[in-house]
Design a protein around this ligand. Structure first.
Ligand SMILES: NC(=O)c1ccc[n+]([C@@H]2O[C@H](COP(=O)([O-])OP(=O)(O)OC[C@H]3O[C@@H](n4cnc5c(N)ncnc54)[C@H](OP(=O)(O)O)[C@@H]3O)[C@@H](O)[C@H]2O)c1
Length: 283
């Protein structure tokens, strides 16, 4: 049955397991509206929805592979037709090559950047026009991005943390990283971490997005990046210090910030606390 256009809606990417699954679970309890559990694999996504239904929760499923523009566009059409907008966007989906991976570094960089940076950026570019008043966007980043930032050459770090960096400049820096890795010239300037640099991109992107929204007068929309901490998921491994539920806490906190929130907005947040990212004050 079609929802009344105007019903509030939250979208969580990579919701079939790990932190995304925990975020969906919490939002089903806290968010007044529909919660869309999205997953690239339809059967895994539907199984996750079914397991939550068994506990009395009622997420809805929508297939979304964030690397597939057709898939992104199809969800955008669904949101527009069925809800007339979007209220919460949690960009959670991400990947990381394990330490034991034997894939060449160049391949790790291309694949990781494709999912963690470029795909999340495309999701935002497609969905931001749908954001309604008081919408909340949470881009799941990592403190490993901050660690990587501190290992960048001084000039490069200054560019990432400049309060004036533009989205075009960020995209160009991310392309430069990939090109420098391909040409074997990256080591003087960049740290040797595909995941870390991809998360520098996610955090920087979030800060720029808030500035752009403010400039457009959409000051009631709040975007933040966050680190969930080291969590026991397929990505984090079973020796991690936090449960997935604990990791989801900051994500859900940011996704449900009340109207007229002045802080945090356009920040990197972990354990519900802001971690400074401006020039010269990173960690
Ligand atoms: N766990 C930690 O310690 C930790 C720490 C800091 C930050 N993070 C960040 O937290 C987020 C969630 O991590 P997690 O620990 O929950 O990882 P996870 O258990 O490996 O789950 C990752 C999720 O992302 C999905 N995904 C991957 N590529 C996708 C794509 N192209 N389209 C749609 N979904 C895709 C996966 O789907 P499939 O099941 O189909 O693969 C899965 O649902 C990530 O952004 C990660 O970088 C995690």
């Amino acid at each position: 049955m079609a929802e009344a256009v105007g019903t509030r809606v939250a979208v969580v990417t990579g919701g079939n397991k790990g932190l995304g699954f925990e975020v969906v679970k919490s939002l089903c309890r806290l968010f007044k509206g529909d919660v869309l559990l999205t997953a690239r694999n339809e059967s895994l996504g539907r199984a996750a929805v079914a397991s939550l239904e068994q506990t009395g929760l009622k997420p809805k499923f929508f297939q979304l592979d964030i690397t597939d523009q057709t898939s992104i566009a199809s969800l955008a059409t669904h949101l527009s037709n069925k809800y007339g907008g979007l209220d919460v966007l949690v960009n959670n989906a991400g990947i990381m090559f394990g330490r034991s991976s034997t894939s060449p570094f160049e391949e790790q960089v291309k694949t990781t950047m494709k999912v963690n940076f470029w795909a999340n950026l495309n999701v935002c570019k497609t969905f931001f026009p749908l954001l309604r008043s008081d919408a909340r966007v949470v881009n799941v980043s990592s403190m490993l991005g901050s660690t990587a930032l501190n290992k960048c050459a001084k000039d490069l770090k200054g560019r990432f943390t400049s309060p004036h960096i533009t989205l075009d400049e960020l995209e160009s820096l991310m392309e430069t990283f990939e090109n420098d890795v391909s040409s074997g010239t990256y080591s003087q300037t960049w740290p040797e971490t595909a995941y870390g640099v991809s998360k520098i991109g996610v955090t920087t992107m979030s800060l720029i997005q808030q500035r752009l929204l403010d400039r457009e007068g959409k000051t009631d929309v709040v975007v933040n990046a966050c680190c969930p901490g080291w969590c026991r998921t397929d990505m984090g491994g079973q020796t991690a210090t936090n449960s997935a539920e604990e990791g989801a806490d900051t994500i859900v906190y940011l996704a449900t910030l009340p109207p007229e929130t002045m802080s945090p907005r356009g920040e990197l947040v972990t354990k519900r606390k802001i971690k400074p990212w401006t020039k010269g004050t990173v960690l």
